[in-house]
Design a protein around this ligand. Structure first.
Ligand code: FES
Length: 123
């Protein structure tokens, strides 16, 4: 018998204090067998799978360049907000991130998504 009055388990996972996440710029959290990298960039927060979809290098060891996280393996450049890699036409999974009233950064594990190709705007 299940308890139908119980609140659903939260899917928000604590990453750390906002000031610490911003100071580090890249924070890796382990969730089970998976790793998520939270990137603090120009006042915004982003979260992506830390293991590259190409050949499994760790994205937290890459660099941020023009709003993209560049993998140290073969320089695929994933857009921080969508995970999209424009040259290879592939997507690194991304997550939603929030900051709580208490100043904690959290990632929504249930929000993991692979975005479709962005729609080209007519000139
Ligand atoms: S392992 Fe990331 S681009 Fe090849």
């Amino acid at each position: 018998m299940t308890d139908e009055t119980a609140a659903p388990a939260s899917t928000w996972h604590d990453v750390g204090d906002l000031s610490e996440v911003e100071r580090r710029r890249r924070t890796v959290v382990s969730v089970g067998d998976d790793e998520i990298v939270v990137v603090a960039h120009e006042g915004r927060l982003f979260a992506l799978d830390n293991v590259c979809i190409h050949r499994q290098r760790e994205l937290n060891k890459g660099v941020v360049l023009r709003d993209r996280l560049v993998c140290p393996g073969h320089q695929w450049a994933f857009a921080l907000d969508t995970g999209w890699e424009a040259t290879k036409q592939q997507c690194q999974p991304v997550y939603s991130v929030r900051v709580t009233d208490a100043g904690r950064v959290e990632v929504d594990l249930a929000s993991r998504r692979i975005n479709p190709a962005p729609v080209e705007q007519p000139q």
